[in-house]
Design a protein around this ligand. Structure first.
Ligand code: NAD
Length: 283
């Protein structure tokens, strides 16, 4: 079977074209949309990602302040910065980069981000709104999975989707978004017994575990659609996903590549959220 490559570049370009116009309209009306990127890590992969977000913002006409609190910042310091930015009328959107300093989890600090500026949907309020089916910002990576499937005209209603990973920023919000699309969802995680048996029963498998090569041909049934959310650092310094593409290709009907699949759509959606936050603030 030929395996179609579900690339994200085309969708990202379409989202970005719209975002750029809307950002320009905000600039003309008084001020460019402004994103505060809060960093408290010296992790090199994070530095690369933050830099790529800054460049994406710049290309789209979004102002971006990077606030580096240092890798030894305390939870109180991080919360105070998030609260200050939440109260600052010049800041439209806030994103807190992970990982955080050792011993601090996203849940320890994310409630300090006001929901109207929480463009990556990480605060308990944003996650609760999503679980309740109410309006709010949704984690961009989870949204990217659903948008990429839709753009490639892969139906979700009534389909069985296995999500591998249950984090608050990818697996759990994705399960909620898929339920809202009327899919039947199974969420798998590190304690799932017999992962291949569960995933190979699904029409669509989404790998979001952060484990290189976790999903192989034996995890996927003939003709399934596979979405690879993983962005793991390879031995050669490049980026590889969670799916062993070689063993899945030829068996799956479609597979999203890494890089070039979910990644560009995630960044595009995040930037769209920044513009939406700015538009909402000006209403
Ligand atoms: P996380 O470490 O918070 O969560 C990983 C999840 O995978 C956990 O729920 C865990 O139970 C599950 N898991 C781990 N090992 C497993 C196993 N052997 N079998 C089944 N489940 C297992 O990670 P995260 O923040 O959710 O990120 C997941 C992946 O997605 C990472 O590779 C991350 O880099 C990537 N990611 C990509 C983007 C993007 O824009 N493309 C954005 C965010 C995260």
């Amino acid at each position: 079977m030929d395996t179609v490559s579900l690339t994200g570049k085309e969708l990202a370009a379409a989202i970005n074209a719209d975002t750029k116009q809307r950002a320009a309209a905000r600039t003309e009306a008084g001020a460019a949309p402004r994103l505060a990127l809060i960093v408290a890590t010296d992790d090199p992969a994070s530095a690369w990602y933050v830099n790529s977000l800054r460049k994406a913002a710049e290309r789209l006409g979004i102002a971006c302040d990077t606030v580096d609190l240092g890798a030894d910042a305390s939870a109180d310091t991080i919360r105070a910065e998030l609260a200050a930015r939440s109260a600052d009328s010049a800041t439209d959107a806030i994103m807190l980069q992970t990982p955080l300093p050792a011993g601090i989890s996203l849940d320890d600090v994310s409630s300090a981000i006001v929901a109207t500026k929480d463009v990556d949907g990480v605060s308990p309020l944003s996650l609760g709104l999503l679980a309740s089916g109410l309006d709010g910002f949704v984690p961009a990576t989870a949204e990217a999975v659903v948008e990429l499937l839709k753009q490639h005209e892969i139906p979700l209603e009534g389909r069985h989707v296995a999500v591998v990973g249950r984090s608050n920023i990818v697996g759990k919000p994705l399960a909620q978004l898929l339920l809202a699309e009327n899919a039947t969802v199974t969420v798998c995680h590190s304690r799932t017994a017999d992962l291949p048996a569960v995933t190979s029963a699904a029409d669509i498998v989404v790998a979001a575990a952060g484990r290189i090569g976790l999903v192989t041909g034996k995890h996927v049934r003939e003709g399934a659609v596979v979405i690879d959310v993983g962005t793991n650092e390879a031995a050669d310094g490049g980026i590889v996903g969670d799916v062993d593409a070689e063993s899945v290709r030829g068996k799956a009907a479609a597979l999203s590549p890494v890089p070039g699949g979910i990644g560009p759509v995630t960044t595009a959606l995040l930037m769209r959220h920044v513009v939406v936050a700015a538009e909402n603030a000006s209403d």
